[in-house]
Design a binder for this molecule. Structure first.
Ligand code: SF4
Ligand code: FES
Length: 247
């Protein structure tokens, strides 16, 4: 395939950037989106130009690093991570616009790389269990009803990619927050810190500058792990209880 790529270029520390156009030839439909960018960078290096900076790590849909807006959609046209998106989703002659995540809370480091450490600080403010839960055999012996175990597992699949924030017109991280609250709050081990956790994580979310949720639902549509919108209802329910209990 022959494609035209329109890519956001911004130097490290520069206040502004711009979209630059790059023609690319020899793209196979079997390539992943990131392999296509690798090919572009090889061409740029051979031409003596600066390669495009973008993030990736596992390239298996696990780490959540590969955050790109592709033609205005977080992670592109399929419900998957950018690393799991394949070029067969595009056709010969296409023009593809590639931008970094859209969120002032995720500042641009360089080109397509953004700083998502705001998520790390939310996790540091309660996204864990610190009570003594015993040894592995004791954990295995603690009964967890199947629907709760299933819901906890499903919400634990959130990879912290930030697509929910990039897709949300309010720049809210409520889906991410709801996933973490639900994952830990469904388990017996998560109960002692449940309500302290929710107030602390929500306070950090707001402190970072993420917006509020107005039930638009773009987050759940963009989420590569299909985290359902009702985790935000769980988040609000736990927050109300926490406030009633004086946390
Ligand atoms: S909720 Fe979904 S979109 Fe948001 S950070 Fe987690 S995996 Fe990514
Ligand atoms: S590179 Fe790890 S999820 Fe895409």
């Amino acid at each position: 395939m022959k494609l035209t790529l329109k890519i956001w270029r911004q130097n490290q520390g520069a206040a502004t950037g711009a979209i630059k156009e790059y023609p690319i030839d020899g793209v196979s439909s079997d390539m992943s989106f990131l392999e296509m960018l690798d090919l572009l960078n090889e061409n740029l290096v051979h031409a003596g130009e600066e390669p495009v900076a973008f993030d990736s790590d596992c390239r298996e849909g696990i780490c959540g690093m590969c955050s790109l807006m592709i033609n205005g959609q977080a992670h592109g046209p399929e419900v998957t991570t950018t690393c799991q998106l394949h070029m067969r989703s595009f056709k010969d002659g296409d023009t593809i616009t590639i931008e970094p995540w859209r969120s002032s809370v995720f500042p641009i480091v360089k080109d397509l790389v953004v700083d998502r450490s705001a998520f790390d600080r939310i996790i540091q403010n309660g996204g864990y269990i610190s009570v003594n839960t015993g040894s592995a055999p004791e954990a295995n012996a603690a009964p967890v009803p199947r629907p709760k175990a299933q819901r906890s597992f499903n919400t634990a699949t959130c990879i912290g990619c930030g697509a929910c924030v990039a897709a949300c017109p309010n720049g809210s991280a409520s889906l991410f927050l709801g996933a973490k609250i639900t994952h830990l709050g469904e388990l017996p081990q998560g109960q002692p810190e449940r309500y302290e956790r929710v107030t602390s994580m929500v306070a950090q979310h707001d402190h970072e500058g993420f917006g509020g949720c107005t039930n638009i639902g773009e987050c759940a549509s963009a989420c590569p792990k299909e985290i359902p919108l009702d985790v935000i209802a769980q988040l609000n329910k736990d927050l109300r209880t926490a406030i009633k209990q004086g946390h």
